[in-house]
Ligand binder design. Structure first.
Ligand SMILES: Nc1ncnc2c1ncn2[C@@H]1O[C@H](COP(=O)(O)OP(=O)(O)O)[C@@H](O)[C@H]1O
Ligand SMILES: [Mg+2]
Length: 259
């Protein structure tokens, strides 16, 4: 299920603006990779190129390749809708469909993908997804109530259940805990640790402790100044990035001297 990602010479544009330049990176299956770096260095922009969400912005485009198990997502015959099913995304703010029940939220992606599914298969998939997201016990008695009635941390796990339900191979998370309290944050971190047994996970985080707790590999991005492109500065095992980085800027950032 889990897949390997390879990024080759990727440049990412908004119209004429080069937002991220020259990224090369390999991400192993069944691992957690953290993207860190100061605001505006292009973490979100780059993350969104990994499932072709970037090009949803008018004028936005990329040069270079993103390969998932050897297949370039940007080949002309590749359907971006299928890419987004294979590579799921969890956003900064939990975004369950507010009027939909907990149950319908979990199944929303599956239904959008037009899959015909029997009621018993749907119930089974819903329970499995909620269990995988460590949410089942908290919601099993309120499956027909609106998803918006859950706490923030529960809503984020609901969004993770919704992402899992379509059987992705990769899950991208853009600061998934930034709107959550510390307890909910730890619940999501525990969940990420479990999910990496089945999925390739990439997480953007501003929280250095979080990056060092949850990730196997860490990529530090930086920007030379306003209007300049963000670049990948250093990419290595998380322990190396935090204890013995090769680049001074990485050390300054992880030790809290800027950003
Ligand atoms: N929709 C957009 N249109 C034009 N420029 C954008 C858009 N989104 C982000 N940018 C620019 O791209 C750069 C990288 O932003 P972003 O990826 O959000 O950084 P980060 O997630 O690291 O804070 C910034 O200069 C930002 O202003
Ligand atoms: Mg961002």
């Amino acid at each position: 299920m889990s897949k390997r990602i390879e990024v080759r010479d990727l440049n990412v544009y908004y119209g004429k603006f080069l937002a991220v330049e020259g990224v090369n990176m390999e991400i192993e299956p069944r691992s957690v990779t953290a993207f860190i770096g100061p605001s505006g260095c292009g973490k979100t922009t780059f993350l969104r190129t990994l499932n072709r969400m970037h090009e949803v912005v008018p004028g936005a485009r990329v040069e270079g390749e993103v390969l998932i198990d050897g297949n370039n997502l940007y080949d002309p015959d590749v359907d971006p809708v299928l890419v987004r099913r294979q590579v799921g995304m969890v956003f900064q703010r939990p975004n369950p469909f507010p009027t939909m029940s907990v149950k319908d939220n979990v199944l929303a992606g599956v239904k959008l993908n037009n899959r015909r599914i029997s009621k018993s298969d749907a119930d089974e998939l819903m329970e499995r997804s909620l269990r995988s997201a460590n949410l089942w016990n908290e919601v099993k008695d309120r499956l027909d109530r609106p998803g918006s009635g859950l706490s923030g941390g529960q809503q984020q796990r609901l969004c993770i259940a919704r992402a899992i339900a379509v059987s992705p191979e990769v899950i991208l998370m853009d600061e998934p805990c930034s709107a959550l309290d510390p307890i909910s944050t730890l619940a999501i971190e525990d969940l990420i640790e479990e999910l990496k047994q089945d999925y390739t996970i990439v997480i953007v985080t501003h929280n250095m402790q979080q990056a060092s707790r949850v990730s196997d590999r860490t990529a530090f991005f930086n920007i030379a100044g306003t209007g300049k492109p963000g670049k990948l500065i250093e990419y290595d095992d998380t322990t190396t990035i935090f204890s013995n980085p090769s680049v001074k800027a990485t050390e300054d950032y992880v030790s809290g001297r800027f950003g």
